[in-house]
Design a protein around this ligand. Sequence first.
Ligand code: NAI
Ligand code: NA
Length: 396
Amino acid sequence: MIIEPRIRGFICLTTHPKGCEQNVINQINYVKSKNNPSGTKKALIIGASTGFGLSSRITSAFGSGAATVGVYFEKPPAPGKPASAGWYNTAAFETQAHEAGLYAKSINGDAFSDEIKQKTIDLIKADLGQVDLVIYSLASPRRTNPKTGITHTSVLKPIGESFTNKTVDFHTGVVSEISINQATDEEIANTVAVMGGEDWQFWINDLKAAGVLADGALTIAYSYIGPSVTEKVYRKGTIGRAKDHLEATAKQISEQLKDINGKALVSVNKALVTQASSAIPVIPLYISLLYKIMKAEGTQEGCIEQIQRLFEQRLLTGGTIPTDAEGRVRVDDWEMNPEVQAQIAKLWPQATTETLPDLGDLKGYRTDFLNLFGFDVPGINYQEDVNEMVEIPGLV
Ligand code: NAI
Ligand code: NA
């Protein structure tokens, strides 16, 4: 079929298999072009099909030569209906990994469930014995807690008071004011239940009890802090509470893994265009200003640049892993550079529908958004007929 983007709000209903494949190949080539530390031999990546999780899988496999098990929740294709992007990304990754002689298998299903955790443990036991790295990179609007059966839905709201600020509709470029009412206590608790550390803790409990964590195992989850302009809706809002919980969980898990010399850490990553971040108000306007500044400075990074740097310069140096005062690993250092943030603070009040095309990088935002779904990728002929019925070679 010939596939064109069909955009509805924060999502694109269609995806392009060839474009997704090319994105993965580009990420693999980037990793191969760098100096990569060895260290990871067998990695489990939870949330492995898009964003930071996909880049973590690629970096483990093509940087350290690791065997990888990926867990994700993606929609398979049907005749005339393309799969979700993570499906095609995973198909491309596993094809490339197998060609390179690397073990790569995956499980498609709800990572929050006990059933998928058990299936993953069974696969690790059968094929790898143990894993030495567990990446936890889920982003989801809801979670069913397997112990209670309750389904929690997250919200992106401020806490304590309502909040008004600017945002941009990145499709139309229209800058407008939005107001968001403060979250209720129940909404805060539900957001923490979805995006906090409880499920990460459940995974580690089960993996450890099953004996599939190697001596010295490392587990990493991803967090975000960001600037003062997004603070009320992000770090001091409902999602920030969830991130506080995730960061506290890292400390708890580290205690729990002491007897096997293991460790849990949170890495604070940079703001990037992903399916998850496009839906957060105010963030797209911030990102479009940030991208322009960082590109001009030569410090702009995508998911793969962030994760490759995280592995090479933070996690796998062979020395002590550097952290901030709260024990977090930081690869948001270039974003949070005071000079970069001073420019954001100066540009923020000036950004309007008329000025943003000059002040910010709306074009880069839109390209990155389309790229998530395999569109607007250089070198792809979008007039060409493509096979949407792609299979994932390592799918269990
Ligand atoms: P993403 O949307 O690109 O990736 C989410 C992954 O989770 C996908 O592989 C998806 O299949 C999987 N997933 C979602 N629900 C699932 C379920 N029920 N069962 C199994 N798999 C499921 O998201 P992104 O942006 O890579 O986020 C990953 C982490 O990084 C999140 O914790 C996010 O808060 C954090 N982060 C994101 C930043 C950004 O700017 N995008 C910045 C810093 C941290
Ligand atoms: Na991810």
